[in-house]
Design a protein around this ligand. Structure first.
Ligand code: ZN
Length: 128
């Protein structure tokens, strides 16, 4: 959280989605993977990108994370060793929760709930 400066739901979701992607593909952190994130161009959605960098070790400095335009949020994690890929999107129930957030305090409380919601974001994501 120090790195990002505040606690928000999209930061937490980025961390959890990155963990889920690594688990699904078996990719190594930092250099063993490539991450592409769609539909997270503006704040607060773009906070997702910092969360992904934190949990996957893919960074803009190394050039192994990229962002692209998209209507909805979607995250692709690819294992560079075997090309195994995971596509992660947010479940409708989660999107509904996010859209109902009202103000900073509410968002922070939601972020804390997400962080506790379970390891690797089970129940939050659709992964294929
Ligand atoms: Zn943020």
């Amino acid at each position: 959280m120090e790195f990002h400066g505040h606690l928000g739901p999209y930061l937490v979701l980025g961390i959890l989605a990155g963990e889920a992607g690594i688990e699904r593909t078996g990719a190594g952190k930092h250099f063993g993977l490539e991450v592409k994130v769609y539909g997270a161009g503006q704040r607060p959605r773009s906070c997702l990108i910092d969360g992904l960098q934190l949990s996957t070790g893919a960074t803009f400095g190394k050039g192994n994370i990229r962002k692209a335009r998209g209507r909805g949020i979607r995250i692709e994690v690819r294992n560079l060793k075997n090309n195994k890929q995971a596509e992660i999107s947010l479940k409708p129930s989660l999107l509904k929760g996010l859209s109902s957030l009202n103000g900073h305090k509410d968002s922070e409380a939601f972020a804390r709930r997400l962080a506790r919601a379970g390891t690797r974001g089970r129940g939050l994501f659709q992964i294929k």
